[in-house]
Write a protein that binds this ligand. Structure first.
Ligand SMILES: Cc1ncc(C[n+]2csc(CCOP(=O)(O)OP(=O)(O)O)c2C)c(N)n1
Ligand SMILES: [Mg+2]
Length: 578
């Protein structure tokens, strides 16, 4: 081999010793174990995508950057490594930015890498192709934003982006790579040396022993304790320790939407079906990776019973989270795995069980509510209502607990959250902190790619529309994704009428649309399901075959309610009531 090499011309040898920006970015990502990119090609990153594929990376092209960004974000949530979204300049960047901001809000680690136009021209606003000062635009919307101008800085730039995304509270990072950077050339050996393999990108952050003791003292004094598990707890991948803590304490737990499945929803301590009772009547609440934001009514008001009647313990990696809405009497700051382990260690052998009257009160409320719901879930009405259709899907997830459930919509979201029990951690992926529509197909695609598990995406017909074109991406990549569109002819309901003019009402879509036909255009399987039995059969067939499938589930247009379960957040006009 060495001999053959010496026979080559000096020109080729010289070329061999050079590298460039394209290759350095690819090498930097690969060196850090990043193997998948979600994006949309175009100037100046088309060749970058090609070269990344040639270098053995998985590069999945989407039909819109927002969906690629959502895919990257949820890849980050599922793997604890930053998901990568790759876009072109200005418009592509902006399309990806919504996903980056959403990832930051939800504490998902991702890196949006966008090509950008010539700095000299952008800075003088001389009108370059897709001119925009992307770094300035991104900054307020993400956790950190960096620009790399020199090939020799690519290693450090990528390292900083990775660290910023996953350390402490995870979030979105923007990495601006100007077009010129990609073709910049440097000596290959110096280039290789300039790369940084990030050591310990998300260092453990241990809680102070005094904070752990304080929390345990408060918990021990509780008469009606409650544990709330947020999606931060799911992200932590400290599943065994969390389960051990909950079970050793004997305390009822309430999972937030994406915290569902950390312990099964059918666990005897699960208070999911007694939510309003436990929030109102508990006296000590321990939050694990859950924030006291709007989803928990900010920790105050009617939902929480008597004012100031509660003590909060909060486990969070971000010290600024403490006291953000109400006083936290026992803050435990650190990474969730370390905090939960420290709490477990601090619970001595005979930790007292919570008072029996509290446990029994929660249990009887839960059983009442479950019994009340049961007949509704078995109804076979045609057209289907949400309960009948979700009753069928609930059985499917029970039988296939390792499938991933993606869920968005209003009624479709809120009712599925309550009805479909989850059994394993990180299996429920949904609209998160913002209640954003449009995550569906991006989340489903990345979930299938990152985990290799089958995915069931339960989508309101409106919600589906935000990312529906990605069924082509699903078919192209032959992903085991079954999309069920809950088709009630519109947003919340399909029955609104415009009182004036000829345009249809703002919440209403084409009546009796056949979403199943969309996927057939790309070679997927389309099914129209009008009964719970048909729906169940079609989903089971999709999950067994692994074929990309879209089921149009015909739902009674009158079945839903305004904004699902959060209609109270709508401002009201006094004039409207005239
Ligand atoms: C990006 C974004 N745009 C708009 C909304 C407002 N919104 C909330 S739910 C929803 C759609 C609800 O309809 P659908 O998905 O059909 O669910 P349904 O209640 O009909 O089951 C919309 C548009 C949002 N949450 N996010
Ligand atoms: Mg709808």
């Amino acid at each position: 081999m060495a001999q053959a090499a010496t026979k080559e011309t000096p020109a080729i040898e010289a070329e061999r010793e050079l590298t460039d920006g394209f290759h350095l970015v690819i090498d930097a990502l690969k060196l850090n174990g990043i193997t998948t990119i979600y994006g949309v090609p175009g100037i100046p990153i088309t060749d970058f995508g090609r070269m990344a594929q040639a270098a053995g990376m998985r590069v999945i092209s989407f039909r819109h950057e927002q969906n690629a960004g959502n895919a990257a974000a949820i890849a980050g949530f599922l793997t604890k490594k930053p998901g990568i979204c790759l876009t072109v300049s200005a418009p592509g960047f902006l399309n990806g930015l919504t996903a980056l901001a959403n990832a930051t809000t939800n504490c998902f680690p991702m890196i949006l890498i966008s090509g950008s136009s010539e700095r000299e021209i952008v800075d003088l606003q001389q009108g370059d192709y897709e001119e925009m000062d992307q770094l300035a635009v991104a900054k307020p919307l993400c956790k950190a934003a960096y620009r790399v101008l020199h090939a020799a800085d690519i290693g450090v730039g990528v390292a900083r982006a990775i660290r910023a995304a996953v350390s402490g509270r995870p979030g979105g990072v923007y990495l601006d790579l100007p077009a010129k950077l990609f073709s910049q050339v440097m000596d290959a050996e110096a280039g290789a040396k300039s790369l940084v393999k990030v050591i310990d990108p998300a260092p453990a952050q241990l809680p102070a022993p005094a904070a752990v003791k304080r929390a345990l003292d408060v918990l021990k004094g509780a008469k009606r304790p409650l544990i709330i598990l947020g999606k931060g707890a799911a992200y932590a991948q400290a599943d065994d320790a969390i389960r051990a803590l909950v079970e050793k304490s004997g305390i009822p737990f309430l999972p937030m939407s994406m915290g569902k499945g950390l312990l099964p929803d059918t666990h005897p301590q699960c208070a999911g079906a007694a939510r309003s009772t436990v929030l109102k009547d508990s006296d000590v609440v321990m939050l694990i990776g859950a924030r006291l934001n709007w989803l928990l009514s900010h920790g105050k008001g009617k939902t929480w019973g008597e004012p100031h009647s509660k003590k909060f313990i909060q486990i969070d990696i971000d010290p600024k989270e403490m006291d953000s809405n109400v006083e936290i009497v026992a803050p435990v700051v650190g990474d969730i795995g370390s905090c939960v382990s420290a709490l477990l260690e601090g619970m001595d052998g005979k930790w007292p069980a919570p008072p029996a009257d509290w446990i029994n009160a929660v249990k009887s409320k839960r059983e009442d509510n479950i019994a009340k719901m049961a007949p509704r879930l078995m109804n076979n009405s045609v057209p289907m209502d949400y309960h009948g259709a979700l009753g069928a899907l609930r059985t499917i997830i029970k039988e296939r607990p390792d499938a991933i459930l993606v869920n968005e919509g209003a009624n479709t979201l809120d009712l599925a959250r309550g009805i479909v029990d989850m059994y394993q951690p990180r299996k429920r992926l949904d609209v998160g902190t913002w209640g954003v529509m449009g995550i569906g197909m991006g989340f489903a695609i990345a979930a299938a790619i990152e985990t290799g598990k089958p995915v069931l995406a339960v989508e309101g017909d409106s919600a589906f529309g935000f990312s529906g074109m990605e069924v082509e991406t699903i078919c192209r990549s032959r992903l085991p994704i079954c999309v069920v569109v809950f088709n009630n002819n519109g947003i919340y309901r399909g029955t609104d009428v415009n009182p004036a003019g000829s345009d249809v009402a703002t919440t209403v879509f084409v009546k009796d649309a056949r979403y199943d036909k969309l996927i057939e255009a790309f070679g997927g399987v389309g099914v129209n399901a009008t009964t719970p039995d048909e729906l169940k059969r079609a989903v089971n067939a999709a999950m067994d075959s692994g074929n990309p499938t879209l089921i149009n589930a015909v739902i009674d247009p009158a079945a839903g309610s305004e904004s699902g379960r959060i209609g109270n957040l709508n401002p009201q006009s006094v004039l409207r009531k005239k």
